[in-house]
Design a binder for this molecule. Structure first.
Ligand SMILES: [Zn+2]
Length: 429
């Protein structure tokens, strides 16, 4: 009956020990697979010694539990046999050198990876240390990702986007990572394919180049923010794919020009950086908000503040340029969009325009091809952004990640959407 309750199949229960209250329940077992037959020659082994390993197991009847596995070590009596000595292996209990039972490790992997629970919380539930849980999640999680080949198959549109990995050291130096995202399409939903350290063209290219040739050949679109390094990565490593500048980032760039202009005009007119009562400072949020999202009150406030703080109408001109850029995405016809963009760039490059608007014209012109590709591809980095939200959730939970490998496995299990049904079938290395 006891063996039935322990539920591990081929084991004999030697005893169940309850120590002090609040301590884990300890179950002593040995494997019935351990018949002492030499795996090489089949001779009956001689018992050499016994050792016991204590494993963290699933909570039992509402309390943390330990499984103590008594292993026998055997020696082959046959002097000509190369086997020497052996210990029975039983992966159904736990893989070699594991500190947790197989079933507890799979459970912990699901809790941390699929449900996004904090490692510390799962460790508390099992009454074990943080590393025991994290090591199990890494081992089983890696095996799951390796087994799930379908997860990253058939990517048509690949997105690259930077994410902050961690701030480290006294100066809170930023360490960056690159999210590589299947931005999805008609046939399937978006998912995180991989995260790599750094945000350089070299790092992204190295990863792309390491993928199978057939996989790379299927990628038709590359979606990117307005950063040079990722454009270079696509140029170098996926030259056949059409690059698409993400609309969100195009508008974000236009907004950053408003901010620059606002700061410059602020300084020109008042001679100091924005303070809370300065009109331009007060309208900073209204300026970057989409026009249609301003109500009458917001619109009147914006107009009034600009009249007070923007004597030459330069900030207003930047705001207008941003709104005009946004309208580009109301056009669905590629030829009309091209004509619209060219006219826009021509107007914005005029000598009368504030320098920030002219700079924006330059950027739009350099990214013309990528910006207009959106009107054919209709793929965006939007899913990449939503992946980043999932990543941020894990980052909040795993506050202050120290090791990139821990970060990687946790965000991939959570935002990478592996097929969790496969977890029961995988064996960690
Ligand atoms: Zn033997």
């Amino acid at each position: 009956m006891c063996e039935l309750l322990v539920g591990l199949g081929e084991v004999s229960v030697l005893g169940v020990v309850e120590s002090a209250e609040g301590c884990p329940l300890v179950v002593h077992v040995e494997s019935r697979r351990d018949q002492g037959r030499c795996p090489s020659c089949g001779a009956r082994g001689q018992l050499k010694d016994r050792s016991a390993v204590e494993l963290v197991d699933l909570p039992s009847f509402g309390r943390p539990a330990r499984l103590v596995w008594h292993k026998q070590r055997w020696r082959c009596p046959n002097v000509s046999c190369p086997q020497g000595s052996w210990t029975v292996l039983d992966d159904a209990i736990a893989p070699m050198r594991a500190r947790m039972t197989d079933r507890a490790a799979r459970w912990a992997t699901t809790q941390v990876g699929r449900s996004g629970r904090p490692v510390a919380e799962v460790a508390r539930e099992l009454d074990c240390d943080w590393h025991t849980v994290m090591d199990a999640v890494s081992a089983y999680g890696d095996a799951l990702l390796a087994a799930d080949g379908a997860r990253t198959a058939g990517v048509e549109a690949l997105g690259l986007d930077e994410t902050l990995f961690v701030r480290r050291g006294e100066r809170h130096k930023k360490h960056w990572a690159t999210s590589i995202v299947d931005v999805g399409g008609k046939s399937h939903e978006a998912k995180l394919v991989e995260v790599i350290e750094g945000r350089t063209a070299k790092a992204a290219s190295a990863w792309i180049d390491a993928q199978p040739k057939t996989w790379r050949a299927e990628i038709r679109w590359g979606t990117l923010d307005m950063s040079g390094p990722y454009r270079k990565a696509f140029n170098d490593s996926l030259s056949h794919a059409t690059q698409v500048a993400d609309p969100f980032h195009v508008v974000k760039h236009a907004n950053s020009k408003i901010d620059e202009c606002r700061r410059r005009v602020q300084n020109d007119t008042l001679g100091h950086r924005g303070r809370k009562d300065d009109p331009l400072y007060r309208c900073r949020r209204l300026l970057t908000k989409a026009h249609e999202r301003l109500d009458d009150e917001g619109e009147a406030k914006l107009t009034g503040l600009l009249e007070a703080g923007d004597p030459k109408g330069e900030v207003r001109m930047c705001w207008h340029a941003k709104e005009t850029v946004r309208s580009l995405y109301d056009i669905t016809d590629p030829a009309l969009a091209a004509a619209y963009l060219d006219e826009l760039v021509g107007d914005m490059a005029d000598d009368d325009m504030p320098e920030e608007v002219r700079a924006l014209a330059g950027t739009l012109s350099r990214w013309r091809h990528q910006i207009l590709a959106w009107h054919t591809a209709f793929v965006t980095n939007g899913p990449t952004e939503s992946m980043n939200n999932l990543i941020k959730r894990i980052k909040r939970i795993g506050f202050g990640f120290r090791r990139f490998s821990h970060y990687r496995i946790r965000v991939l299990l959570y935002a990478g959407k592996p097929n969790w049904e496969l977890l029961a079938t995988v064996t960690p290395r």
